[in-house]
Design a protein around this ligand. Structure first.
Ligand SMILES: Cc1cc2nc3c(=O)[nH]c(=O)nc-3n(C[C@H](O)[C@H](O)[C@H](O)COP(=O)(O)OP(=O)(O)OC[C@H]3O[C@@H](n4cnc5c(N)ncnc54)[C@H](O)[C@@H]3O)c2cc1C
Length: 382
């Protein structure tokens, strides 16, 4: 068992930190206020290989693993969770294509990510959020391909995406498709609910599909197995989501620590009050526990396992710890925590949004409970 990053991982972390300090941190407040997609930052990320860390070298990627992806997410999100969620939707599409795409589709789309291709992951519909076992978006076979009709909702990164992973229902059940943005029959719309309090990387748009024709090979994986495939991809991206929450938690902690160490009240530094020290001790415990859960889940992924329980535990815990650290940070800084010029409001909004996005805490607790039951019945509890 080894808890240290390798020298190569440490070098990558330093490289990412340098990039984050130069290009993301100075923009973080502006991105949140404007609620726009960080296009220039994502172009820079692609040029440096940061959008293709886990992509095999054959497709132009770095060929590294989930731990390296987590390092990227944690470091980027410590400056801006908006950049974190913008990265996640790219990695989700890559994972879906890598795991389930046919050779032709992979050879066509995957190398484009190194050139700056941006993608979105469209599961949700106006009537289907947590429950995607049936969908209102339908796909029917026509000639050599497919025709899609329906509406996908709340699609992150849609304002900039050139590629969409879409879930639609065929006669065999829910099925995964991919499509370019500029295909006939796709209309992006911005309904009122598309603006969120956190993770504001542009509007979370709807895609209306009206007789949208796709070639046969744009069906990804197995017809009717779309829910399973989408959940497997989410098991991967949940670990990255946990790393983003960890970045937010660490950022809130660091900002609060800096303040209480020099702010004085009653002739002593605020940190010197025991009641305040205990808050910091609790935050440290929670952040370290979240870090261990997150990197263990990433390690399991890198061992070739699908860590359903571990990734769910990491995401639930890290997102809730991020919310807690944002609130505690705000409290211990007093007026300077509540001020709009302080970053705690942004941390709180981003952290809270991640308790819902990518699988809500309730649904993930259900998943953990299912794994508990399975393990108990199988008699294999460690
Ligand atoms: C910032 C953000 C970005 C998003 N980006 C995307 C995206 O890019 N692509 C995409 O497809 N979707 C996206 N979503 C949608 C997200 O996946 C859904 O919000 C999420 O799956 C929950 O669905 P819902 O909001 O419809 O809630 P519902 O499914 O309507 O649930 C409402 C509440 O009931 C709870 N609940 C539901 N079922 C159960 C149950 N069985 N047991 C206990 N509690 C339950 C939920 O946890 C929730 O608290 C995004 C959401 C957010 C907030």
């Amino acid at each position: 068992m080894d808890f240290a990053l390798t020298p190569e991982q440490q070098r990558l972390q330093t490289e990412i930190r340098t990039w984050v300090d130069a290009e993301i941190r100075p923009q973080a407040e502006h991105l949140d206020e404007a609620g726009v997609y960080p296009l220039e930052i994502m172009r820079s990320a692609a040029a440096r290989g940061f959008t293709t860390i886990t992509l095999p070298a054959a497709y132009g990627g770095m060929g590294l693993g989930a731990i390296e992806e987590c390092i990227l997410m944690e470091e980027a999100a410590a400056a801006s969770a908006i950049v974190g969620i913008s990265l996640i939707t790219i990695y989700q599409a890559q994972t879906m294509l890598q795991l389930y795409g046919g050779e032709r589709v992979k050879a066509h789309f995957l190398p484009q990510f190194r050139e700056g291709l941006i993608s979105s992951y469209a599961l949700t519909e106006p009537r289907h959020g947590s429950d995607i076992r049936t969908l209102d978006t339908k796909a029917r076979r026509e000639g050599e391909g497919w025709v899609l009709n329906g509406r996908k909702a709340f699609i992150t990164s849609a304002s900039a995406a050139g590629l969409f992973v879409i879930l639609a229902e065929t006669d065999a059940g829910v099925t995964v498709f991919v499509t370019e943005r500029d295909r006939e029959g796709i209309f992006l719309e911005t309904p009122d609910r598309s603006e969120t309090i956190g993770l504001r990387n542009g509007p979370h748009m709807d895609a209306r599909l009206s007789a949208c024709r796709l070639p046969e090979e744009y069906l990804i994986g197995t017809e009717g197995k779309g829910v399973r495939q989408a959940v497997v991809v989410l098991d991967h991206s949940r670990v990255a989501a946990a790393a983003i929450s960890l970045g937010i938690a660490q950022a809130a902690y660091t900002a609060a620590e800096r303040w209480v160490m020099h702010r004085k009240a009653f002739d002593q530094h605020v940190f010197d009050f025991q009641g305040i020290q205990w808050k910091f001790a609790d935050m440290r415990i929670a952040i370290e526990a979240a870090r261990l859960l997150t990197y263990r889940a990433a390690w399991l992924l890198d061992q070739g396992q699908l860590p359903i329980e571990a990734s769910s535990m990491a995401k639930v815990y890290a997102s809730e710890v991020a919310t807690k650290c944002a609130l505690e940070g705000m409290q211990v800084c007093g007026l300077n925590g509540i001020s709009v010029s302080a970053p705690f409001g942004r941390y709180l909004r981003d952290a809270k949004a991640y308790e819902v996005a990518g699988g809500s805490s309730e649904i993930l607790r259900n998943t953990i409970a299912k794994e508990i039951r399975k393990a108990y019945k199988g008699g294999r509890r460690e």
